[in-house]
Design a binder for this molecule. Structure first.
Ligand SMILES: Cc1ncc(COP(=O)(O)O)c(C=O)c1O
Length: 336
């Protein structure tokens, strides 16, 4: 196999932990342990993207996302580590309180540019103006797709499957289903391609936190097949190779219902694991609802914890007010 090169940045392999919910054993693949500042799934993609950027002699990394984007924060951190400049195009306007991922991106020295939803839809043309200006200053730019989800970036999750297969050799009762949150689709595309290449038996399940299941069937299939073609992998992916659980983000990407948060805070209090509001919280809730509450068939579940912890700080009041302390105590805790 014609594997691309990467820079080793993440703490790999990430461990597999076990938790119990309503008597069911659930495996948690702790990709939130990939690092502290670059915690989460994005660093696996950035290892390949950063190699490509340095190989192309880039001086500046440019990327985009929501105001609380984990990917933007991880990119800012990698740029700081590699001595590169970083420009982030964030969808929305500057919030009154700068916290969570946004605060960290600033701390890493990234230049932040807020863009409207319309501009975001054409983000490469917005970035292109800066790329031209930088070029006049003699600086080379490297633009990273939303979520790092490109033919290069998804190698992070192709190779995740290779790592996982080695770990699963030591586990007797293998997971029948592996569940992940889906945002830009790259993690899912990499997993599906990795499943084919490394002969993983478990079914891959995505929980979409935006767009529709139909959108992601197309996005993931196209991305996986483009990568397969580019690297001559000799495999073809189709929408029957995975499943999307739709309908677990009707409140919108930037919000999360109290019902979901109350499950998450219960899990935090019983296991010490934290799930974020935009991605892992919705996906974890979706997995529990679909397989356990609605009793859909499975033998064993594995949840990929794709990180996102800093997003919790932007919603901390909601999280704490849903814990057993109640709103009054929660407010006291926030203030103290
Ligand atoms: C914490 C977290 N989990 C999951 C995802 C989804 O990954 P992907 O964008 O590869 O679909 C993202 C980013 O979008 C994320 O930040």
């Amino acid at each position: 196999m014609n594997l691309p090169n990467k820079i080793e940045l993440a703490n790999l392999p990430t461990p597999i932990h076990t938790m119990f919910y309503e008597g069911f054993e659930i495996l948690i693949k702790r990709d939130d342990f990939t690092g502290t500042e670059w915690s989460g799934n994005k660093i696996r993609k950035l290892e390949y993207l950063a190699f490509d950027a340095l190989n192309k002699k880039a001086d500046v990394l440019l990327t985009c996302g929501g105001v609380q984007s984990n990917h933007a924060r991880a990119t800012a951190c990698v740029a700081a580590k590699l001595g590169l400049r970083c420009i982030l195009y964030l969808r929305g306007s500057e919030p009154k309180t700068v916290d969570g991922n946004l605060a960290l991106s600033k701390l890493f020295g990234a230049e932040i540019k807020y863009v409207t939803a319309e501009e975001y839809d054409q983000i490469y043309s917005v970035a292109e103006k800066d790329i031209k200006k930088l070029s006049k200053q003699g600086l080379k730019s490297y633009f990273i797709h939303e979520g790092g989800s490109s033919e290069v970036g998804i190698w992070g999750y192709i190779e995740f499957v290779n790592e996982l297969q080695k770990q699963l050799r030591k586990i007797k009762n293998k997971p029948s289903h592996i569940i992940t949150a889906v945002g830009s689709g790259g993690t899912l595309a990499g997993l599906v391609l990795g499943k084919k290449l490394y002969n993983l038996k478990s079914k891959i399940i995505g929980v979409n936190v935006l767009k529709t299941s139909g959108d992601f069937e197309k996005i993931a299939v196209d991305l996986a097949n483009k990568c397969s073609k580019k690297y001559k992998l000799g495999v073809k992916v189709n929408s029957k190779d995975f499943e999307i659980l739709d309908g677990y983000s009707t409140e919108g990407y930037e919000n999360i219902t109290d019902e979901k948060v109350s499950l998450l805070t219960e899990i935090s209090q019983e296991t010490g694991i934290i799930f974020d509001p935009a991605y892992t919280g919705k996906a974890f809730y979706g997995m529990i609802d679909h397989f356990i509450y609605q009793a859909n068939e499975f033998n064993k579940l594995m949840f990929i914890h794709t990180g996102g912890i800093f997003g919790v700080f932007a919603k901390m009041k909601q999280y704490i007010s849903n814990s057993e302390f109640g709103l009054l105590d929660a407010e006291n805790i926030v203030r103290s």
